[in-house]
Ligand binder design. Structure first.
Ligand code: SIN
Ligand code: CO
Length: 387
């Protein structure tokens, strides 16, 4: 398995976060020197034929690129014929969630582990022949656009004009005022914070771009989900109190005092980090809707499995996610119940997604054995490949 070591223009991860993250774009030449990607266009097309892997084909008629009807978007899964019917240029195939199916993509994500896992979304890989791209647009999320094989010209703009091309099947900017542009070659990477307009066009027939994308849950979504979690957990269980309520002559009124009393009650009880923290770890570790874990067809018995696990080590399934709040751990949206002594190993598993043979024999990991075997039975944890 490759280990990807990023270089950030000589910046430390701490400097990058302080100066650029969520603030301004950064072009990084040679972010991964020698990187050529780990998928051929044919392999990417193969992934796009799988029902469990979200994919899109976007095509543009260059003569009508500024009209909505000049663009088409099709969603996968695709069949070979879909690709055979394509013109030689001006289209792109985008495959989402590649880290859920390829260990190499997961290893690439690990190079970004100076950013909390809870903020990571996925690795998307695109292929485009010459002239292909998704058009000029704006994203709401941070992204690192890493060039694999081939070359892509990126143009960016801090413009505030958000006039979209009418009736297009995707949100495309009608006007694009290029402020900076670069030709990215293999291993080069462009970091973009949210809302910077960008436009990438393949300059040859080999262009593969790896997008390391982040997520930022919307306040409304978090509020709704948190309140739902409150309902399920039965908190807060306090009741409205009003020992200072004076006698009233207009009994039908809900008074301002009553409203601020409620605000105080809810503010104190609902939005405290002590309650939001575990909710976030639980909620953000939930898998995406399309994720399915496949239990082993013929599971081996526990003693045999443990013997092999202690010889080979274990790996977390590519689709699984563990997040921690203080000393509470959550796997795929469920609280993990393991003894306190096991937590150092659980933390290692959360961050490295693997426990080596040596780790597995450590007394702390022994406290995890029963739990790991259950995860193996559910398809959430596997034996590591033998070297
Ligand atoms: C791509 O075409 O690979 C990147 C899409 C984007 O601009 O977000
Ligand atoms: Co974009």
């Amino acid at each position: 398995m490759s280990v990807f070591t990023l270089s950030l223009n000589g910046l430390t991860a701490a400097e990058f976060m302080a100066e650029y993250w969520q603030k301004k774009p950064l072009l990084i030449r040679g972010a991964l020197p020698g990187f050529q990607g780990f998928l051929s266009p044919e392999e990417l097309a193969g992934l796009a034929c799988e029902a469990s892997v979200p994919s899109r084909l976007i095509q543009c008629d260059p003569a009508r690129a500024n009209q909505g009807s000049g663009w088409t978007v099709k969603h996968g899964p695709f069949e070979d014929e879909d690709f055979n019917a394509l013109p030689p240029d001006h289209w792109t195939l985008l495959v989402q969630g590649v880290n859920h199916v390829l260990p190499e993509a997961q290893a690439l994500l690990s190079a970004f582990n100076f950013i909390p896992t809870a903020r990571l979304d996925d690795v998307m890989v695109s292929y485009a022949p010459s002239g292909g791209g998704v058009g000029p647009h704006v994203d709401s999320y941070d992204v690192f656009l890493l060039q694999g094989a081939g070359t892509r010209r990126w143009r960016i703009s801090q413009q505030t004009d958000r006039t979209w091309i009418p009736d297009a099947p995707l949100r495309l900017l009608a006007q694009f005022e290029t402020e900076q542009e670069w030709l990215l070659e293999p291993g080069d990477m462009l970091y973009l914070p949210p809302h910077v307009a960008h436009w990438g066009i393949a300059e040859d027939d080999a262009c593969m771009t790896y997008s390391i994308g982040f997520r930022a849950p919307a306040a409304r979504e978090l509020a709704i989900e948190f309140l739902e979690a409150c309902r399920q957990e039965g908190w807060p269980d306090a009741l409205y109190q009003d020992p200072d309520q004076p006698a009233v002559s207009d009994a039908c009124e809900v008074s301002e005092a009553m409203a601020s009393n409620v605000a105080q009650l809810l503010n104190q009880l609902l939005w405290s980090p002590e309650q939001l923290g575990p909710f976030l770890a639980k909620y953000l570790s939930e898998p995406k809707a399309y994720v399915v874990f496949e239990p082993p067809r013929r599971p081996v018995k526990k003693p045999q499995w443990l013997q092999q696990a202690c010889q080979r080590g274990v790996v977390l399934d590519l689709q699984a996610q563990i997040l921690r709040w203080q000393t509470r751990y959550y796997l795929n949206g469920e609280a993990i119940d393991v003894p306190a002594e096991a937590q150092t190993m659980l933390n290692r598993l959360a961050n490295q997604r693997t426990l080596s043979a040596e780790d597995m024999s450590h007394p702390a990991a022994q406290r995890l054995h029963d739990w790991l075997y259950q995860q193996y039975q559910s398809g959430v944890c596997h034996l590591a490949e033998t070297a």
